[in-house]
Design a protein. Structure first.
Length: 198
């Protein structure tokens, strides 16, 4: 169990991600009904600096849409989650330094958290076929204004816990990725039998 702490972290982040999304979107389960928010509704959490704003993202990051290729994005997300899971398992077997394991745990949690929305939410809420669901976003953070020519950004793009997990995982990899074995070596057969000290 000690070796699997990163999987526990990933599962906890996925649970938190889904719990917050269900709280925002609403649900009806086993006789318990929670109405949630109206699409586009917003209220302050920490003044105007952090708001809860309910939107749904039909595509990937920043609302980029894929149209008919939506199912390809969902299938790619499944493959990506599997690959990240395999890499995390092998990093644990090799006892790679903890913050690299944590980075992959966060990446896995982020991938799975948003994958659940894309694959299942459309069907569960009667809104779309399997694989065509929309990702629930709700964290709305004020930032210093960014102005680049005609481009103006006054608040960060609305995101969710899964998005935040992916961002934190990427930062950890940028900082500590030099402690990670090469990807080709990690994916090679028999890699999981090797180990290195923490």
């Amino acid at each position: 169990m000690k070796q699997r702490w990163a999987l526990v972290v990933a599962a906890a982040v996925v649970a938190l991600d889904q719990a917050t999304k269900l709280a925002v979107k609403g649900f009806s389960l086993l006789g318990i009904e929670h109405r949630g928010m109206h699409l586009g509704e917003s209220f302050p959490l920490l003044g105007d600096a952090v708001r809860i704003t309910y939107i749904e993202n039909p595509g990937m990051a920043f609302g980029i849409e894929f149209g008919a290729a939506k199912i390809a994005l969902s299938l790619f997300s499944i493959v990506a989650a599997i690959v990240i899971g395999v890499l995390l398992h092998r990093l644990q077997k090799r006892r790679v330094v903890w913050y690299v394991q944590l980075a992959f745990a966060l990446l896995l949690a982020g991938a799975v958290g948003n994958l659940i929305d894309r694959v299942f939410y459309g069907v569960l809420y009667g809104e779309a076929p399997l694989f065509y669901g929309r990702v629930v976003d709700f964290l709305d953070v004020d930032i210093p204004d960014i102005r680049l020519g005609d481009f103006v950004l006054e608040r960060w793009w609305v995101f969710n816990i899964a998005d935040a997990a992916v961002s934190c995982g990427m930062v950890l990899l940028l900082v500590g990725g030099h402690r990670m074995p090469p990807l080709g070596e990690l994916l090679a057969p028999g890699t999981e039998t090797n180990s290195q000290p923490d």
